[in-house]
Design a protein around this ligand. Structure first.
Ligand SMILES: Nc1ncnc2c1ncn2[C@@H]1O[C@H](COP(=O)(O)OP(=O)(O)OP(=O)(O)O)[C@@H](O)[C@H]1O
Ligand SMILES: [Mg+2]
Length: 335
């Protein structure tokens, strides 16, 4: 799918806004605060189903009571999302639904300036990043994760009550073991996939040979629901004392190792940028391999963060994709 145009009504600071998109690269140029990221956010809602940075009530233009976005694709298909303060509705060729139908989700490689902090962030930030990517690649991952998180919340609620017994927790333990083991196995195999090409891709970006791996760190040492369950039960005493669940995939981490040391603290700023760029290129390949679709590439203000070599690598790598990018200053796209 290619996007032909996007039209916003009462979306953030935009009362009415219309953008015609090119099949290759579209540049949204403007001053700080003029609403560039909001345009990418609107496109993201109509390709992935929800915003990458906020919930719907925050998005409605202040002092108005609804927002509407309309996206027209190269096939002439029109998708509309509206939110009236309470209900979000997707209308695709006159068919209404509360969620963006799976058939209309389109893979997106999104590059935000904050992604450049991925390496230094906390484990929960690392998990959020990779969970969003893996959920996009695997529906079962997305549903297992959401069921896991729900079960974890329930189990933690129970642990906060003074009268909780082991038998009260059993049904939640079963669910955590079931979904948690799936997520662990999937994380492991996605990370292996990323590592297959990581060093080579990094070399293409940085033109420098370095040893680079993404390390998946987990306490789940075996791929078995039984192992998961036994460990959950073994940590009961600790859980009762701390009033939360101490064992599970919600404590996993993803850490880049640069020349065999954690990249946070060893890679320079430029090297860090190259690592993230390499990751974005691999994401695009994963989308092609797993979903058999070429992703749309949304780049929010990242040019200013990259030197000329890396800008070149970025444009060259995504040459055959539709790219929509924002910038505060004019950029040379003719590499
Ligand atoms: N619900 C809202 N109603 C009205 N204005 C909003 C709302 N939410 C955010 N804004 C404002 O909309 C403007 C556009 O935000 P946006 O993040 O899209 O800007 P931007 O062009 O990407 O800026 P920057 O270059 O600083 O990244 C900002 O001034 C922001 O404060
Ligand atoms: Mg912005």
């Amino acid at each position: 799918m290619l996007i032909k145009s996007i039209t916003l009504t009462n979306f953030r600071n935009h009362t009415h806004y219309h953008l015609d998109c090119q099949d290759d690269t579209t540049l949204i140029l403007g001053k700080n605060g003029c609403g560039k990221t909001s345009v990418l956010e609107a496109i993201y809602i109509l390709t992935r189903g929800k915003s990458f940075r906020a919930s719907d009530p925050d998005i409605i233009k202040r002092e108005t009571n609804f927002y509407r976005i309309e996206l027209v694709s190269d096939t002439g298909e029109k998708s509309v999302a509206t939110f009236d303060g309470e209900t979000k509705t997707f209308t695709i060729m006159d068919k209404k639904s509360r969620r963006l139908p799976k058939t209309h989700k389109h893979p997106v490689v999104l590059f935000l300036p904050s992604d450049l902090n991925l390496i230094s962030g906390s484990p929960s930030r690392h998990r959020d990043y990779f969970d969003r990517l893996f959920s996009e690649l695997d529906e079962k991952y997305a549903s297992s994760l959401s069921k896991y998180e729900k079960s974890l919340r329930q189990r933690n609620e129970l642990l906060k009550t003074d009268t909780v017994k082991n038998s009260d927790l059993f049904s939640w333990n079963l669910l955590l073991a079931k979904y948690g083991s799936y997520i662990k196995e999937a994380r492991e195999s996605f990370v292996n996939y990323i590592n297959k090409d990581l060093e080579k891709t990094y070399f293409q970006v940085a033109n420098h040979e370095d040893h680079l791996t993404l390390n998946y760190q987990t306490e789940i040492l075996k791929n078995s629901e039984d192992f998961y369950l036994k460990n959950l039960e073994a940590s009961l005493e600790k859980d009762l004392y701390s009033k939360h669940t101490n064992f599970g995939i919600h404590r996993d981490d993803f850490i880049f190792f640069f020349n065999r040391k954690p990249a946070d603290g060893s890679a320079s700023r430029g090297e860090t940028r190259s690592i993230i760029l390499a990751l974005k290129f691999i994401e695009a390949n994963m989308m092609k391999d797993f979903l058999h679709q070429k992703p749309l590439v949304l780049l929010d203000d990242v040019f200013s963060e990259l030197d000329d070599t890396r800008r070149k690598a970025l444009i060259k790598n995504f040459k055959h994709h539709q790219i929509i990018l924002t910038s505060v200053e004019d950029v040379n796209l003719n590499y």
